[in-house]
Design a protein around this ligand. Structure first.
Ligand SMILES: *Cc1c(COP(=O)(O)O)cnc(C)c1O
Length: 405
C-alpha cells in the first residue's frame, strides 16, 4: 500500500454502523434514513462510509455536488443518491446519466433538467425533489412557487416527482418554535399538493438535530449527517445514548527536540523555554486540518498524558511539549484527536478555535490517509492514490493494523 504516513485518521466503521442503527431504531416505523455523506462524508471518506451506511440500513444517500454523487456510483453504490445543493447547468447531463436525483427549486433549472432528460433518452423519467423554502432563505422555492413546480414535475413525462422537502434553520437550538413553524408551513404545502391530487412518494424535512429531538419531523425519511459520525449537531442537542465518535487522528513522534533555557520554538518564536525541557516534533500541520489557531492552545495525548502544542503550528509540522515523566522515542504514538484515548475530540477542538465540529471534521485534508477499522482490523485505507482494500490483497507486507488501535 502506497501511503505509510505516520499521520492518519482512524475511522471506526463499527462505531459508524452502530450510530446508523441507533438512529434507525429511533425513527417512527416506516420512516427511512437518508445518510448525508456530502463533503467526503464529513471528512470521514465517502466511499467506505457510504457502503457502510447502506449495509447498516440507510435506504438512500445525500451529497452536495454532482461530482460527489458520481464518485459514489464509481465505487458501486446503487441506492438513490440525492444532490442537495443547487446544480449547475453543465452538470445536469452527467448527473442524470449517473442516476442521481436532483433538487430543483426554480423553473429555469427544471426546464433544463427536462430538456436534458428528453435529449438523453433515459430509461425512465429523471428523479426530482422539489425543495420548499419554509424559512431558511437559502436554497428552495417559496411555498406557492414550489407547489407550481411540483405540479409541473408530476405532469411531465420526462420527470418523476420523487420527493418534496424542506430544511430547518434552527433545529439545533433549544427553542423549538421556529422549527415547529417551518414544519407547519411544510405541512400546509403538502396539503395543497394533496388538494391537487399529488402525494410525492417522499416527504422529508429533518436533519440530525430535528431527528434527535422529536418524531414530529420524521415524515417519510430523515436526512441525517453529523449525528451518524458520532458528533452532536450543537451543544444543546445531545446524541442518543450509545452513539460515539467515529473518527480519531493519530500520528507518531518524528524527532525529539531538547530545549535549553532561552530557546524558542518555531515561526515567530512565540514559545520560549524557561528551563531544560523536551519537546517532540509531530508531522502534522494546518495543511492537514489541524488549525493554526490552536498554536499555543491545543494539546495532544502522548503516553496517555496531555502534551501541549509549543509555539506556532506550521503547515506540515507541530511541536509539542513532552509531559514530565513521559519517556518518548521517535515513532512514539501521538493521539491528536480522540476522547477515548485521552486526547481532545473534534467537539473540544471546535470549541477551542471557535468553530463547529462540522468544520473541524470536513477540514481534515485529503492528504491525511483514512484507515478504516472493523473489529480492530484495518480493512481499507484511502489516501491520495485511491481506496485500497485489505481483501483485495492490496496491503503491502509491513503494514501493521495493530498500530492503529
Ligand atoms: C447537510 C444537510 C443535512 C444534514 O445536516 P446534519 O446537521 O449534518 O444532519 C440535511 N439536509 C440538508 C439539505 C443538508 O444540506
Amino acid at each position: 500500500m502506497a501511503d505509510q504516513r505516520a499521520t492518519r485518521a482512524i475511522v471506526d466503521l463499527d462505531a459508524f454502523q452502530s450510530n446508523v442503527r441507533r438512529v434507525l431504531a429511533s425513527l417512527r416505523p416506516g420512516c427511512r434514513l437518508m445518510a448525508v455523506v456530502k463533503a467526503n462524508a464529513y471528512g470521514h471518506g465517502a466511499a467506505m462510509i457510504a457502503r457502510s451506511a447502506v449495509q447498516a440500513g440507510a435506504a438512500q444517500l445525500a451529497v452536495a455536488t454532482v461530482a460527489e454523487g458520481l464518485r459514489l456510483r464509481t465505487v458501486g453504490i446503487e441506492v438513490p443518491i440525492l444532490v442537495l445543493s443547487p446544480i449547475d447547468f453543465p452538470e445536469i447531463g452527467s448527473a442524470l446519466r449517473g442516476g442521481l436525483s436532483l433538487t430543483v427549486a426554480d423553473d429555469p433549472v427544471m426546464d433544463r433538467v427536462e430538456a436534458e432528460a428528453c435529449r438523453l433518452r433515459l430509461p425512465g423519467p429523471a428523479p426530482v425533489h422539489v425543495k420548499i423554502d419554509t424559512g431558511m432563505r437559502r436554497y428552495g422555492a417559496m411555498p406557492e412557487a414550489a407547489i407550481a413546480l411540483a405540479v409541473r414535475v408530476a405532469a411531465s413525462p420526462e420527470l418523476a416527482l420523487e420527493g418534496v422537502f424542506t430544511h430547518f434553520a434552527a433545529a439545533d437550538e433549544i427553542e423549538e418554535g421556529f422549527t415547529s413553524e417551518q414544519a407547519t408551513r411544510f405541512d400546509r404545502s403538502v396539503e395543497e399538493l394533496a388538494a391537487r391530487g399529488i402525494r410525492p412518494p417522499q416527504l422529508h424535512a429533518a436533519n440530525s438535530a430535528a431527528t434527535l429531538r422529536s418524531r414530529r419531523y420524521d415524515y417519510d425519511l430523515v436526512r441525517v449527517g453529523i449525528a451518524l459520525y458520532g458528533l452532536p449537531p450543537s451543544p444543546d442537542i445531545p446524541l442518543l445514548s450509545g452513539m460515539r465518535p467515529v473518527l480519531s487522528v493519530r500520528s507518531r513522534v518524528a524527532r525529539i527536540i531538547d530545549l535549553a533555557p532561552g530557546d524558542t520554538v518555531g515561526y515567530g518564536r512565540t514559545y520560549r523555554a524557561e528551563m531544560f525541557e523536551q519537546a517532540a516534533l509531530v508531522p502534522l500541520g494546518y495543511a492537514d486540518g489541524y488549525p493554526r489557531s490552536l498554536s499555543g492552545l491545543g494539546w495532544v495525548a502522548l503516553g496517555g498524558r496531555p502534551a501541549p502544542v509549543r509555539g506556532r503550528i506550521s503547515m506540515d509540522q507541530t511541536v509539542i511539549g513532552v509531559p514530565a515523566g513521559v519517556q518518548v522515542q521517535p515513532g512514539h504514538e501521538v493521539v491528536v484527536v480522540g476522547e477515548a484515548a485521552g486526547a481532545p475530540g473534534l467537539v473540544d477542538l471546535a470549541g477551542m478555535v471557535g468553530t463547529i465540529p462540522y468544520e473541524m471534521a470536513t477540514g481534515i485534508a485529503p492528504r491525511v490517509p483514512r484507515h478504516y477499522v472493523r473489529a480492530s482490523e484495518v480493512v481499507a485505507v484511502e489516501d491520495l492514490s485511491g481506496l485500497h482494500e485489505a481483501d483485495a490483497g492490496l496491503f503491502a507486507a509491513g503494514s501493521d493494523p495493530s498500530q492503529d488501535m
